[in-house]
Design a protein around this ligand. Structure first.
Ligand code: HEC
Ligand code: HEC
Length: 323
């Protein structure tokens, strides 16, 4: 009995030491990253045996914690319908959130390994984000997607729905140690994009994308073929409104069922076509990347107009930001 207690205590001490060491390391590399790379980067460390293996929703425990996880899952998977149906008025609902769900981009409610998976997020945040120029908590990162990708409003800091989202993301991150390097992160990007041909992008779009996303990008449903442009889609402050990210996302994940079949050129053409269509504008471009390193490939209203009147300089758009 005594021997077991000593062993257990010993084990707990060792675990605590490991956690403290990992956290210290994370803080250190956060600082390094902040100085080195103003772009979003992960304060991570290789840990052997990390697996993308989120637990099933069927195994959610009973009780208040379980209820929060289920609410978080519902909010993540059906964001627009849930938040709009619970808003005080139709207008409030439209202002609250666009017509997408988090699943529209983070497939399988964030558990699809290839499609911007959310597994492990509770283990890598808080971290430094260049776009914000500061340390960002998981709550703030969720709100980042709420105001950009979801073109809506933040959850208030004391909103139980925000806690529910975090509870869900923590649940699917079970077993991932703090600060671990996640191989499935940041995969959806093409850093060296060929100069796009927008007309060819349109042709490809009409061939390969309209079945699910509609002829005019209007979509067929947030989880079957989300809106790609126009009112109700993401605004131009979203990560995916950047050429490199849109092209990477499309190449790795689209068309659903034929992933990884598009060449870099085709992905570039498609990204340029989609991102030259009208969409909601982000009001705070001038406040992003306060410490420098702003990427050049953000497709703002000015750029969309340049595509329309033929004055766009793609070399400038695709140039790497100076560090
Ligand atoms: C229109 C597409 C889109 C939608 C919708 C969207 N996101 Fe994202 N999200 C992204 C992209 C793109 C990134 C950046 C991924 C990268 O850098 O590889 C991202 C990143 C994130 C991250 C940080 C990931 C990391 O590895 O650091 C979190 C957390 C997140 N999103 C949560 C959400 C939540 C919660 C919702 C719903 C409220 C949501 N997102 C809706 C596109 C989207
Ligand atoms: C068979 C249906 C289907 C086809 C065909 C398809 N998509 Fe998708 N698309 C989806 C689904 C479903 C999602 C939501 C994420 C997921 O489940 O992978 C999605 C998500 C997206 C997103 C992110 C969400 C958003 O609102 O921006 C983009 C961008 C996208 N698709 C572009 C394309 C492009 C470009 C093509 C053609 C090359 C294409 N898709 C073809 C079904 C499809």
């Amino acid at each position: 009995m005594k021997r077991t207690t000593t062993l257990t205590l010993g084990f707990i001490v060792v675990v605590c030491l490991v956690v403290i060491a990992l956290m210290a390391n994370q803080l250190r590399s956060n600082k390094d990253q902040a100085a080195e790379s103003p772009e979003t980067e992960a304060p991570t460390e290789k840990v052997a045996g990390i697996q993308h293996n989120p637990p099933s929703m069927e195994d959610v425990p009973d009780g208040p914690e379980g209820e929060a996880i289920k609410r978080g899952h519902l909010l993540f998977d059906d964001t627009s319908n849930v938040l709009r149906s619970e808003a005080a008025s139709v207008e409030d609902g439209i202002a609250r959130v666009n017509e997408l769900s988090c699943t529209s981009c983070h497939a399988g409610a964030g558990t699809d390994e290839g499609v911007s998976s959310m597994v492990g997020m509770s283990a890598v945040y808080p971290m430094y984000i260049g776009r914000s120029g500061q340390m960002v908590t998981l709550e703030e990162r969720i709100n980042g997607c709420m105001v950009r990708s979801m073109d809506g409003q933040k959850f208030a800091a004391d909103d139980e729905d925000l806690d529910a989202m975090v509870a869900y993301l923590t649940y699917i991150s079970e077993g991932i140690p703090v600060g671990a390097e996640l191989e499935w992160r940041h995969q959806n990007t093409i850093d060296d994009l060929p100069t796009p041909d927008v007309d060819n992008g349109e042709k490809l779009y009409q061939q390969s994308c309209i079945a699910c996303h509609g002829e005019s990008g209007e979509g067929t449903g947030s989880n079957t073929g989300p809106k790609l442009w126009g009112d109700g889609s993401f605004n131009d402050g979203a990560g995916i409104a950047r050429m490199t990210k849109m092209a990477g996302y499309v190449q790795k994940n689209m068309p659903v069922g034929q992933e990884n079949t598009l060449s870099d050129q085709e992905a570039s053409d498609l990204a340029a076509y989609i991102l030259s269509q009208d969409r909601p504008e982000w009001g705070n471009h001038d406040k992003d990347w306060p410490d420098g390193g702003r990427p050049n490939d953000i497709m703002t209203k000015e750029r969309r107009d340049q595509v329309k009147d033929g004055t766009i300089n793609w070399d400038e758009v695709l140039a790497k930001p100076e560090k």
